[in-house]
Ligand binder design. Structure first.
Ligand SMILES: [Cu+2]
Length: 533
């Protein structure tokens, strides 16, 4: 981090401590920087080798989980952990694995870290062994062989570490890659819009990070961050700080992954004060049936939003910024203060201020420069794909309440993670409705289920900033029309989801259901659940 940025950061923190003005100070600083054109680092894009390089997943025989050096900030090498694959004489870091439904993936993970690890294939339907979670982690120097079929539909999946208690640190230090499954619908869209991977069809991995004075990645959790989750002081896109991207006046597809440990974003494309329309075309589980026109959307940790941005709607050549709009992640706090917050360390307000750059602050993420270009006449198709029919279960839902104890330990129904227990059992082939209820005094929790994708049926008691984006009377957001593996549940909110526990694996299978705020996961906001055969 350059000294100017550090000063701005300190100013923001001091402001927060003195009068709660940190947000304002930080915002002013960032926008001053933005005006001065400080988005001067070219956005990293997947190339033929190196970071995010695309490769057919079935051609990858080995992924070595490695410690290496990587210039996250320009010319400042930092210790960095990466999934390394050698394919066709090329060395790939956190490769973008490409597959089609039905592909067989067989690869060996070799752990060269000095601690245990395991890879979780986020969003994919796998048997428990191939799903990859803490019970299957392997020690340093050991390896683990995966062999599975891609059962899921085309979508943007991803892979990341899932060891016990240390997933947050491992993901933070660099371990995360995309797994993109494509099918005929995807190719139809490519043709309709003349999209090309890495050029006009671009992954955007959003992650917040902090750096020490040497520009090295720093993961230090203050006590408040054990509670709130890690919040970094710089937002990186594709591991690029203050990135820019030169674009033509045409339609772009952005496959957005929130790869942050804990932070949520309220994503918008802005030209000056004007927000541009964009189109949500897909979610965690792939394409929606129809594009949904929006101006903003929330994305919680681990979620994916697949969007189209039509830069023909931008005026002049003023740059467009992808930014996160301001929001209040803990809108019930004021009520909380009257009743008194529970226990030391469990004060959401303290947690709120403890991070580097507060959650919910308005900030620019990526500058898009509009360059003159050849005429482009394509239009977004009105029909994209077909989703599996939504089949909800009858009867009472299974209730899962998100809260914390007096010591500030997050839990689900009062349960904290115990690797020897599976407090929930469901039967293979059955359908269930789960009611995810977040306590009033809480944080937004991005709840992730392993093994299955689900549909959202209803949102109740959503905060006003969320309700304002609802498009139907059961409170559903545009992204709730798609298949999801992670859903953001706001303080005080109740979200009903429909699950279909139908899968092709015989025998009992154990999976995880947890908060994807990785510090929450690591400190126990996770349960095992069993799919009984
Ligand atoms: Cu959480």
């Amino acid at each position: 981090m350059n000294p100017l940025t550090r000063r701005m950061f300190l100013a923001a923190l001091t402001g927060a401590g003195a009068a709660g003005l940190g947000g304002l100070l930080w915002r002013q600083s960032v926008f001053a920087a933005m005006d001065a054109g400080q988005f001067t680092n070219r956005l990293r894009l997947p190339g033929a080798s190196g970071l995010y390089a695309p490769v057919a997943a079935k051609d990858v025989k080995q992924i070595t989980v490695s410690e290496l050096n990587f210039e996250v900030l320009p010319k400042l090498p930092s210790p960095f952990w990466a999934y390394v694959a050698e394919v066709g004489g090329k060395r790939l870091l956190n490769p973008t694995l490409l597959a089609r439904p039905g592909d067989q993936i067989k690869l060996r993970m070799v752990n060269r870290l000095k601690q245990p690890t395991i890879i979780h294939w986020h969003g994919l339907t796998n048997d428990e062994r191939n799903d990859g979670f803490g019970n299957y982690q392997v020690d340093r120097g050991k390896s683990f062989d995966y062999a599975f079929t891609v059962w899921n539909r085309a979508a943007n999946y991803w892979y990341h570490p899932h060891p016990h208690d240390i997933a947050g640190e491992q993901a933070y230090k660099g371990l995360a890659g995309l797994l993109i499954v494509k099918d005929d619908d995807e190719e139809k869209l490519d043709r309709a819009l003349d999209l090309a991977a890495g050029v006009t069809d671009i992954p955007l991995v959003i992650q917040d990070r902090s750096f020490n004075f040497e520009g090295k990645l720093e993961y230090k959790l203050a006590r408040e961050q054990m509670f709130a989750g890690f919040l970094g002081e710089e937002i990186l896109v594709n591991l690029t700080a203050r990135p820019y991207f030169d674009a033509a006046r045409r339609i772009y597809r952005f496959r957005i992954l929130n790869g942050s440990n804990a932070r949520s974003y309220r994503l918008a494309f802005a030209q000056g004060a004007r927000l541009l329309d964009y189109y949500l075309i897909g979610t965690d589980g792939g394409l929606l049936e129809q594009p949904q026109k929006l101006r903003e959307a929330f994305i919680g940790a681990a979620q994916r939003l697949d969007v189209l941005l039509d830069l023909r709607a931008a005026s002049g050549n003023e740059p467009v910024f992808l930014k996160s709009l301001a929001f209040d992640p803990m809108h019930n706090e004021s009520v909380d203060e009257k009743t008194g917050t529970p226990g030391s360390g469990a004060d959401p307000h303290a947690a709120h201020a403890g991070g580097g750059l507060m959650d919910g602050m308005e900030m620019p993420l990526l500058r898009i420069n509009i360059k003159s270009s050849a005429e482009y006449k394509r239009q977004i198709p009105s029909q994209l794909s077909q989703l599996p029919k939504l089949a909800a279960a009858a009867g009472e839902p299974r209730r899962l309440t998100l809260g914390h104890d007096r010591k500030g330990n997050w839990n689900i129904n009062g349960w904290r993670f115990n690797m020897h227990e599976t407090p929930v059992t469901v039967r293979r082939g059955t359908r269930e409705t789960w009611l995810l209820q977040n306590n009033r005094a809480s944080m937004p929790h991005p709840m992730h289920i392993h093994g299955f994708q689900f549909r959202v049926l209803e949102r109740r008691d959503s905060p006003a900033q969320v309700k304002a984006l609802a498009t139907r009377n059961n409170g559903l957001l545009p992204q709730d029309f798609g298949l999801l593996d992670t859903v953001l549940v706001w303080p005080g909110e109740s979200v009903r989801i429909a699950l279909d526990f139908n899968h092709p694996f015989s025998g009992d299978q154990t999976y995880m259901f947890h908060c994807h705020n990785l510090e929450h996961e690591d400190t126990g906001m996770m349960i095992g659940y069993k799919v009984a055969d």
